[in-house]
Design a protein around this ligand. Structure first.
Ligand SMILES: [Zn+2]
Length: 127
């Protein structure tokens, strides 16, 4: 007979086992004294753990002195001002109307290259 592994038995004890595994374990426990013994032992351990009163000592950071808190407020205020200034500058740059500048231009024709003149052939000239 296959016995129930410890992990599955613990899930059964903690009632976190889904069906049909839950029914399979219940059926096995009704037939197997070994697993029933382990189940009782696990239930005892779970009950003893539940009765433990955990005390957690949380470390609370010391409060800042009053003067330091005041300077932090000044720093925060300055930071808000700086952010507002930068945001305003960026918005003014983005929303500023585009100014156009008229530049006088005059079109001039490109200088025409001197026409290429071929020298008359020497043999054609009679003096
Ligand atoms: Zn068993």
């Amino acid at each position: 007979m296959m016995h129930i592994d410890d992990d599955t038995l613990l899930k059964f004890v903690l009632e976190t086992l889904d069906e049909p595994d839950n029914g399979t374990v219940r059926d096995h426990l009704s037939l197997c004294p070994i697993c029933s013994g382990k189940r009782l032992e696990l239930q005892r351990e779970v009950r003893s753990l539940a009765s433990v009163d955990f005390q957690v000592d949380a470390v609370v950071p010391p409060r800042l002195p009053q003067r330091s808190r005041r300077s932090m407020m000044i720093v925060r205020f300055a930071a808000v001002l700086a952010v507002g200034f930068v945001a305003g500058y960026i918005m003014s740059e983005v929303s500023a109307p585009q100014t156009t500048t008229t530049v006088g231009q005059q079109l001039r024709p490109a200088p025409v290259a001197a026409p290429i003149t071929r020298p008359a052939p020497c043999s054609a000239i009679d003096i």
